[in-house]
Design a binder for this molecule. Structure first.
Ligand code: TRP
Length: 448
């Protein structure tokens, strides 16, 4: 059984795959637009604090449990259970995680599909095929259905190839490309007229908004979403890490990459908005606040690319390609959760399981598309705002309260033999035992 499980072939393979999971639409789209409308640098500071003080410790719990149990969330939580109650609840909590991961994928595919269709729209626009380009960039039911299915198919294909030749191979190919494009686009946009105003909005803190409870829960949700926490993604990726690797080190690297890319994306998106304003594109909504989220990406930016002619077409093509890649390396990590669970809990082949599970999730996506107004926002709020922090809290409780502390230490000592005398071990156990669950709970209750 142990031999047939996939493994990441190298440390870099894991770091790029986990960073690929973490770096997604949440970083390049969610974070910058939230920062823009919620106090700029003040939001950034709240986000950084939450990411390091709450999300990183929770990420570590997932990696430790995953590598110890070498299995899906249900198996893993059961493996660390020490009494009747925890054993009964383990499959419920693990199973809920698998369901939430699948639901997240169901809306993420829709958005990933939009990114792909805009990428093709910019490309066809460049080639002068305006008719096709207009269809591709105009919101329609047929377009959403087609591109959601295409995006899901790509995700399924990568996952069906397994850990090393699917997840790892594609992450190591796509992540360097993503970073290069992000840096080049940022350098280009930041030199354009109007960009400085955007930088000012991004970097001048306004604490009056950033410290409100509703905002903190938003920032916490973003931090958890950004690090792919709670639903077993990182737990399963952790289960593919070799025993010779140091988990705290890997976790730190992934967190730093994730946060840096979010911060870097802010240097692209906010200046781009104000460059658009400078070019006569409306970026404020009627009540005077910045246009938010989807309108920004799918209206403001394409309008900007249009205005700056040929260069705009090239920038637009690369921008939406960047978004599509970021979405894909994340979506595979979501599909891996139900697929790995299905393979380990039944006798299904990975290939069959990938298509069956992916197909079922696609049906959910289609249902969301057909009832967009009622379902889209609701599914996002239910999964990311409430379920993810709640599940993160429960995983902390399993590692800190249910699991035997000696075994946690033993697991961490693999790959980092001196861990017992490290600052990490001095702080982390108490931290995930008291601080994380309590703070998550407080923020959670406050949000109602
Ligand atoms: N972290 C990704 C982003 O920022 C999204 C993501 C990937 C995710 N895997 C996940 C979110 C699992 C929640 C759960 O876009």
């Amino acid at each position: 059984m142990q031999q047939t499980r996939g493994r990441f072939s190298s440390r870099l393979g894991f770091v790029l795959a986990a960073a690929g999971s973490a770096v997604g639409l949440g970083n390049i789209w969610g974070f910058p637009t939230q920062a823009a409308s919620n106090g700029g640098a003040a939001f950034l500071l709240v986000y950084l604090a939450l990411a390091f003080c709450l999300a990183y410790p929770v990420l570590m719990t997932e990696l430790v449990i995953g590598r110890y149990a070498r299995g899906n969330p249900i198996t893993a939580l059961t493996a660390v259970s020490s009494n009747a109650l925890s054993r009964v609840l383990a499959p419920v909590i693990g199973g809920f995680g698998v369901v939430v991961a699948s639901l997240i994928l169901s809306f993420y595919c829709i958005v990933g599909g939009w990114m792909m269709s805009h990428f093709l729209a910019e490309l066809f626009g460049l080639l002068g095929m305006t008719g096709v380009a207009v269809w591709l960039e105009t919101f329609s039911l047929s377009r959403s259905l087609l591109f959601t299915a295409l995006f899901m198919l790509l995700t399924i294909r990568i996952i069906s190839q397994g850990v090393e030749s699917g997840i790892e191979r594609w992450s190591t190919r796509l992540m360097p490309l993503l970073l290069t494009m992000l840096v080049l686009l940022t350098l280009y946009v930041i030199t354009m007229d109007g960009a400085m105003e955007g930088l000012r909005v991004y970097l001048i803190p306004d604490f009056s908004i950033a410290l409100s409870p509703s905002l903190i829960i938003k920032a916490l949700g973003s931090a958890f979403f950004s690090l792919s926490l709670g639903v077993g993604t990182m737990l399963i990726y952790g289960s593919y890490i070799d025993d010779s690797e140091s988990l705290p080190k890997l976790g730190t690297q992934v967190t730093i990459i994730d946060i840096s890319i979010a911060v870097l994306a802010g240097f692209l998106i906010l200046p781009a908005m104000y460059v658009a304003l400078h070019n006569g594109v409306e970026i404020f909504s009627e009540n005077g606040s910045l246009i938010s989220e989807d309108t920004l990406i799918f209206t403001v930016l394409p309008a900007l690319f249009d205005k700056i002619g040929l260069a705009g077409g090239v920038v637009g093509t690369f921008f939406f390609m960047l978004m599509s890649i970021a979405a894909l390396t994340s979506s595979i990590s979501m599909l891996e959760v139900p697929v790995a669970t299905a393979v380990e809990k039944s006798s299904l082949q990975r290939n069959v399981a990938s298509y069956a599970v992916g197909g079922a999730i696609l049906l959910v996506s289609i249902t969301i598309i057909m009832n967009f107004e009622q379902l889209f926002g609701a599914v996002i709020a239910f999964t990311t705002r409430y379920s993810q922090p709640l599940l993160g809290m429960l995983i902390c409780i399993y590692v800190a309260w249910v699991w035997n502390r000696g075994e946690v230490l033993q697991q961490l000592q693999k790959g980092s033999p001196d861990i017992e005398t490290s600052t990490f071990w001095r702080i982390w156990p108490a931290y995930i035992k008291y601080v994380c669950p309590l703070v998550i709970l407080i923020i959670f209750v406050q949000s109602f």
